[in-house]
Design a protein around this ligand. Structure first.
Ligand code: UGA
Length: 436
C-alpha cells in the first residue's frame, strides 16, 4: 500500500514508521522544513525508544520518505492519514483546536487523483471526519474519496510496542471499499490475531475519547483511594493488587502518583466535556476525575511541605524526574509543572534532574530552578529528595551513597517505587502515596 502521512509529530512519525515496517510505502509530509531536513538526515526530533533505529532501517530500505510537498505524497496514495496536532484551543475554553486538521484537508484535496481513503489519525471530536469530507468536496468536487477514523492508542515511551502488539485496532468507516483499504493496511496485525473493531465514523471518534477518559478516571479513582488509605492507615499498593486481580477491574492504571499529565489525558478529558456540553449533557464522572487530578497535584505540594516539617521555605529539595512519565522528553502538562512552581513560590530551593527532559523543562519551569546532570549530584546537600517520575535509573539508587551526601534524610516517593523499609532501615523518613 502507498500511504501519505500528514504531520510528523509524535503520532505521525511513529505510525508512518511502523506502517513502513509492515512493508507499506510511506511518505511523511510536514510543513516545517527544518523538521523534514532533520528527518532526512536520519535524526529524530523526539525521544521515543527504538524509533531512531526503525526510521533509519525503513528509510534505508526505501519504504520511508520525508517531504514538505503534498504533491509528492498524495496523488499516488491509497490512503492519506491526517496526523497533525489538535492542541487545546488557545481561547482557553477546553475545545480541541482543529485548524491544522481542516487546513490539511483543504490542501490535500487539491492533489487527489485516484480513489483515496482520508483517515483521521489525530484525536478529534465527533463530527470532524464529516467536516473533513465537506472541505474536500468543496475544494475538489471531482475527488473520489472516503473519509475514515482510525484513533491511536499509543503510549509515549512504549509507542512502538503498542503499535506492533495492540489490544485492538479501531476503524470507523462509511463504505466497504474504505474498510477494505484499512484492513489491508493493518493486515500484518490481523495475521497476529489482533482484533479489528469496525464501527461507524462517529463511534470511532468517540471511542478514542472514551478510552482516554476511562483511563483518567481509573487513575483519579486510585489517587482518591490512596488518600483514604493514608487517612485510615491502609496500604494502597496492596489494595490495588487486591482489586486489580479481579479481571473485571484489571490491574493496569491503578498506580497512584502525583496526578496524570501528558499531551493526552488532560487535553482529551477537557475536549470531551466541551463536546458533551454542546449536546446539553454533562459527564459528571469525568468532571470529577479532572477535579481530583488537580487536587492530587495540590496534595503533593502539601505532602512535601508536611514532610519538611510544615514549611518548605529555605529548604533545598532535590527532584528526581520532571517528565510526565518515564521514557519520554515530553513535559506537556507534567505534574512537575504545577508542583515545583508552588514550592519555589514558598521559598524552597529546587535542584532537579531528569534523564531526557531537562532541556524541554527549561522552557516551562520558572527561573531559579537549578538543573543538575547527575542523579546523585542533585541530591548532595538536599533537605529532601522527591522522586517525581519513575525512570528506571531511579529504581535502584545507591541509598547509602544518597544518605552520605544529603543534609536531611527525607525521601518523598511520589511513585511508590521503593519499599519503605529499604529507606527507613537506613534512617530515612519515607513518605509515599497512599501508604505509611
Ligand atoms: C495515553 C494512553 O495511555 C494511550 O492509550 C493514548 O493513545 C495516548 O494517551 C494518546 O491519547 O495519545 P500517554 O499519555 O502517552 O498515553 O501515557 P500513559 O502511560 O497513559 O500515562 C499518562 C499519565 O498517567 C502519566 O502522567 C502517568 O504517570 C499517569 N499514570 C498512568 C498514573 O498516574 N498511574 C497509572 O497507573 C498510569
Amino acid at each position: 500500500m502507498k500511504i501519505a502521512m500528514i504531520g510528523t509529530g509524535y503520532v505521525g512519525l511513529v505510525t508512518g514508521t511502523c506502517f513502513a515496517e509492515f512493508g507499506h510505502h510511506i511518505i511523511c509530509v510536514d510543513k516545517l522544513e527544518d523538521k523534514i531536513t532533520t528527518l532526512k538526515q536520519g535524526k529524530i526530533p523526539i525521544y521515543e525508544p527504538g524509533l531512531d533505529v526503525m526510521v533509519a532501517k525503513n528509510a534505508a530500505e526505501g519504504r520511508l520518505q520525508f517531504t514538505t510537498d503534498l504533491a509528492e505524497a498524495v496523488p499516488d496514495a491509497d490512503a492519506v492519514f491526517i496526523a497533525v496536532g489538535t492542541p487545546t484551543s488557545r481561547r482557553g475554553d477546553g475545545y480541541a483546536d482543529l485548524t491544522y486538521i481542516y487546513a490539511a484537508a483543504q490542501e490535500l484535496a487539491e492533489h487527489l487523483e485516484n480513489y483515496t481513503v482520508i483517515v483521521d489519525k489525530s484525536t478529534v471530536p465527533v463530527g470532524t471526519a464529516r467536516q473533513v469530507s465537506r472541505i474536500i468536496k468543496e475544494t475538489n468536487p471531482e475527488a473520489d474519496f472516503d473519509v475514515a477514523s482510525n484513533p491511536e492508542f499509543l503510549r509515549e515511551g512504549a509507542a512502538i510496542a503498542d503499535f506492533m502488539r495492540p489490544d485492538r485496532v479501531v476503524i470507523g468507516v462509511e463504505s466497504e471499499r474504505s474498510e477494505q483499504v484499512l484492513r489491508e493496511i493493518y493486515q500484518p496485525l490481523y495475521l497476529r490475531d489482533t482484533p479489528i473493531v469496525s464501527t461507524s465514523i462517529e463511534t470511532a471518534e468517540l471511542t478514542k475519547y472514551a478510552a482516554n477518559a476511562f483511563l483518567a478516571v481509573k487513575i483519579s479513582f486510585i489517587n482518591e483511594i490512596a488518600s483514604i488509605c493514608e487517612a485510615v492507615g491502609a496500604n494502597v499498593v496492596d489494595l490495588a493488587k487486591g482489586i486489580g486481580m479481579d479481571r473485571r477491574i484489571g490491574s493496569k492504571f491503578l498506580h497512584p502518583g502525583p496526578g496524570y499529565g501528558g499531551s493526552c489525558f488532560p487535553k482529551d478529558t477537557l475536549a470531551l466535556m466541551r463536546l458533551v456540553q454542546e449536546y446539553g449533557e454533562s459527564l459528571r464522572i469525568i468532571e470529577a476525575a479532572v477535579e481530583v487530578n488537580a487536587a492530587q497535584k495540590a496534595r503533593m505540594v502539601k505532602k512535601i511541605r508536611d514532610a519538611l516539617g510544615g514549611s518548605e521555605a529555605g529548604k533545598t529539595i532535590a527532584v528526581l524526574g520532571l517528565t510526565f512519565k518515564p521514557e519520554t522528553d515530553d513535559m506537556r502538562d507534567a505534574p512537575a509543572l504545577t508542583i515545583l512552581p508552588a514550592l519555589l513560590e514558598k521559598g524552597a530551593s529546587l535542584r532537579v534532574h531528569d534523564p531526557k527532559g531537562m532541556e524541554e523543562a527549561k522552557n516551562f519551569l520558572p527561573n531559579g530552578v537549578e538543573y543538575v546532570d547527575d542523579a546523585y549530584t542533585v541530591c548532595q546537600g538536599a533537605d529532601a529528595v522527591v522522586l517525581m517520575t519513575e525512570w528506571n535509573q531511579y529504581r535502584a539508587l545507591d541509598l547509602e551513597r544518597l544518605k552520605a551526601s544529603m543534609k536531611e534524610l527525607i525521601f518523598i516517593d511520589l511513585r511508590n517505587v521503593y519499599e519503605p523499609a529499604s529507606l527507613t532501615g537506613l534512617g530515612f523518613k519515607y513518605v509515599g502515596v497512599g501508604r505509611k
